[in-house]
Design a binder for this molecule. Structure first.
Ligand code: ADP
Ligand code: MG
Length: 783
């Protein structure tokens, strides 16, 4: 008998081999499969007539195959098919479509989904480029039993889950429909095999359907359900499933927050002496935002519970000084502070700026200068041992280093505060390990933790990722900053760009030129966002619905393939020409040095240099001994050289928005007018185009982050899922903000004011389910 927890291999049509393939996509049980929701729907009950279609929109069409032909063009075979409804016809094209030659027969009914383009040759006619398709079963087909799943209804379309049938066919949407239909039929036949996960009283109050009902209509919507509601996941059934997921997420976060409040931390004092200490290191007047944020941090530090606070502030908003002041609060209280950065360059730079700030300062509590230690991987072993010893014996008050080193290899004498810079680079999980580091004296109190990020985190993401952290935002830039003039250009105009760089250097300014890779194909940066997001993909055969685009990229893929398709019409040659080599930092360093920038003092900085060399280069650039720093994205975060006022990014089409924004944040830090030049080389696809335009259009990190999140989806926003981002089964934080707010309100209600309509058993069941879910989905359960 089938249950939700039944392994998927026991399901009819699945079996061991397919189950293995599905497991790779996280589908292991009946429940997993049922929560693999359609990512779009086609209305095959009331299909839109061809004459009502609009150009440049995504459309689904049902029509009859009229004829097809395989055109052998010079560069590739193109499969062309005409589909008609009465007198109206639409032409479909698939590039490299040879494989489709024998798929269609005249008279067959097909469902198509793709972007419509106005035909160039015939006014009022359309063309569909590379549409996804499904051949519809004839009413008298031997599979008549399933015909009703394919036609005459709203049909679900699923993300491809990988795997093939025993005879090697892809597991299409059609296959999934049959499997899911079978599952729902069977589960329906017996009550109670789909246990309800939410209290009945709650569902009634919110007018949300039962779980099984929701699952059924989310896969097989009832006739008349508005397609727009289905596509935007706003039907009551969708809402119910999304609510369920977000309710448990929020409940789990609430539980964590409660546990934290029960833990023991340090109650720092901020008396006159401490205030004096903070004041004396200030090289400038803090902005109102900096003051407010410091106040929030200090208030947290005074509490006896451990602080868990996120400090958000756009690039250049001045987080460093706030962090240093927080460190001083701990230090003046007789504790040590640790500052961890994601890269050596950044750690080194923090060290240098800490030294600069603290230089000459005398600690009011000890009457002595402050003692700061740098600990990075590139120190030789003796130096590392030495540094660790100083930290362990409590001789160092502020330890600055790379994350891995400090977290894994160092025992502190008396650690009171941990500051984590640029958190998104680390992943969220580490945060939890870090909190548990015991002091060398065996005391149980936990250090306060301040997480800093310059990645503006769109609110919905911040809520989940950092849902258990309090948040402070520096929402104001230091005075005197003018916006960075941002322009797009192409590689063809490089000479003009170099001439501009020369003029700026002649005017006493410094410049960065950034490349995506070090040399040849060697990447410097595992997080290069769009390394492969190039148009060569147009050749991939994404014709069949079974290869429906992955949901996470959303309609992005659809757009892309049709866009590249459109281009192909004009200049197919160019599109399929071999990919041009990327301009790389090392090569360009040499080329520029002997060419366009000859005579200027150039420096080269990338991740493969030894830490020592990196530091030397950075220092020379900081001191103005290097005019132009040719670099990879290693300089992306935190680097602070106010005299640098030009940022040139080559192959800007390869960079994600967050990266470009960070890079641009390296300039505009001084008095001089600053420039960011985004240079593209090669194809710029629709997405890259949108990114570049957004960069030109706004300097607001939060706006850019929202677009970034839209383009990449929450999973990739922070790199990968290793970043600890909970993966959602049905929810999408961008789309489902309203439901998330509802879930939060319901969680508050659930924990604070027991609803008389919710029984004791139901409450217990919710907590039990939370434990099980939290463990399985997020792995965040702590001892
Ligand atoms: P981020 O938030 O990106 O880490 P930084 O802390 O590096 O920013 O600050 C950026 C630059 O602005 C630094 O050169 C810093 O000295 C300067 N700065 C920060 N706060 C102020 C302020 N209140 N007034 C003037 N300059 C400031
Ligand atoms: Mg910083």
């Amino acid at each position: 008998m089938l249950e939700l927890s039944t392994p998927i291999k026991f399901v009819k049509r699945v079996g061991e081999r397919i189950a293995d393939a599905l497991a790779k996509r996280g589908v292991e049980t009946v429940e997993d499969l049922l929560y693999h929701l359609p990512f779009r729907y086609e209305d095959r009950l009331n299909p839109v007539p061809i004459r009502e279609l609009k150009a440049w929109t995504m459309a689904s069409i049902i029509g009859e195959v009229r004829g097809s032909v395989l055109l052998r063009t010079r560069s590739m075979p193109i499969f062309e098919m005409t589909v008609g409804q009465g007198l109206d016809t639409v032409k479909c094209m698939w590039f490299h479509g040879g494989y489709l030659k024998d798929r269609f027969k005249a008279g067959q009914m097909v469902a198509l989904y793709g972007k419509l383009e106005a035909s160039r040759s015939t006014a009022g006619k359309f063309k569909m480029i590379q549409p996804q398709f499904e051949i519809l079963p004839a009413a008298d087909s031997p599979e008549a039993e399933y015909v009703s799943l394919e036609v005459g209804r709203i049909v679900p379309v699923y993300e491809f889950l990988g795997g093939t049938t025993a005879w090697g066919a892809k597991l299409t949407s059609r296959w999934l429909r049959r499997v899911v239909w079978g599952l729902l039929e069977e589960l329906d036949s017996a009550n109670d095999r789909v246990p309800e996960t939410l209290p009945k009283g709650m569902l009634e109050r919110l007018s949300l359907p039962r779980r099984l009902d929701a699952l059924r209509v989310v896969h097989f919507p009832e006739a008349g359900t508005p397609i727009a509601h289905l596509m935007s996941a706003t039907t009551p059934a969708h809402k119910r499933l999304i609510f369920e997921e977000l309710f448990y997420l929020e409940l789990g976060l609430e539980l964590k927050r409660r546990r934290l409040r029960e833990r023991e931390g340090t109650a720092f004092v901020t008396d006159e002496g401490v205030r004096k200490a903070l004041k004396q290191i200030l090289p400038f007047h803090p902005t109102a935002a900096q003051k407010r944020v410091l106040g929030e941090i200090a208030a947290d530090m005074r509490k006896p519970q451990p602080m868990r606070r996120l400090l958000q502030g756009d690039v250049g908003s001045g987080k460093t000084i706030v962090a240093m002041q927080a460190a001083l609060v701990a230090i003046e209280n007789g504790y040590q502070a640790a500052l961890m950065a994601p890269t050596e360059i950044l750690a080194t730079q923090h060290y240098l700026s800490a030294r600069k700030l603290l230089d000459g300062a005398i600690s009011p509590s000890t009457g002595k200068p402050y003692r700061v230690t740098l600990l990075t991987g590139s120190l030789d072993d003796a130096a590392k041992r030495e540094a660790r010893g100083r930290i362990y014996r409590g001789e160092t008050q502020l330890a600055i280093g790379t994350h891995a080193l400090i977290e894994e290899k160092v025992d502190f004498d008396n650690l009171g505060l941990v500051i984590v810079d640029e958190q998104h680079r680390f992943g969220v999980q580490q945060r939890f390990r870090l909190m548990k580091k015991p002091g060398a004296d065996g005391r149980l109190s936990e250090p306060d933790v301040l997480v800093m990020t310059a990645t503006p985190i769109p609110r919905p993401l911040a809520l989940t990722l950092y849902g258990d952290l309090e948040t402070s935002v520096i929402d104001e830039l230091p005075p005197g900053r003018s916006p960075v003039v941002t322009r797009r250009t192409t590689e063809e105009r490089a000479e003009d760009v170099w001439a501009f760089v020369r003029r700026r250097v002649a005017a006493g300014q410094q410049a960065y030129i950034v490349y995506p890779v070090i040399e040849g194909a060697k990447d410097d940066h595992p997080e290069l966002d769009f390394a492969r997001d190039e148009t060569g993909e147009a050749a991939s055969k994404t014709a069949d619905q079974s290869t429906a685009p992955l949901k996470r990229k959303g309609s992005a893929r659809d757009n892309k393939s049709s866009r590249t398709g459109r281009k192909a019409q004009g200049s197919t040659e160019k599109l399929f020409a071999p990919k041009k080599a990327l301009r790389a930092a090392t090569d360009m360093y040499e080329e520029l040095q002997s060419g366009a920038l000859a005579g200027l003092r150039l420096g080269l900085l990338h991740g493969k240099l030894s830490a020592n060399d990196k530091e030397v280069v950075m220092r020379r650039f900081q001191r103005g001994e290097i005019d132009v720093l040719i670099a990879t994205t290693v300089i992306e975060v935190g680097v602070d050289v106010p005299n640098a006022s030009v940022m040139v990014i080559e192959h800007a089409e390869r960079f994600g928005l967050a990266q470009m924004h960070q890079l641009r944040g390296r300039v505009g830090r001084g008095a001089a007018k600053s420039y960011c030049i985004l240079m593209t080389g090669g194809q710029v696809n629709e997405h890259a185009d949108a990114r570049l335009n957004a960069m030109v259009g706004t300097q607001n990190g939060f706006e850019l982050a929202e677009l970034d999140l839209e383009q990449r989806g929450p999973g990739e926003f922070f790199g990968t899922r290793q970043a600890g981002m909970p993966e959602f089964r049905v929810a999408n934080l961008l789309r489902d903000r309203a439901v998330f707010e509802l879930a939060k309100a319901e969680v508050a209600r659930f924990v604070q004011q027991p609803d008389p309509r919710i029984t004791r058993e139901e409450r217990d069941a919710v907590w039990a389910r939370l434990k099980q879910q939290w463990q399985r989905r997020y792995g965040l359960v702590e001892a």
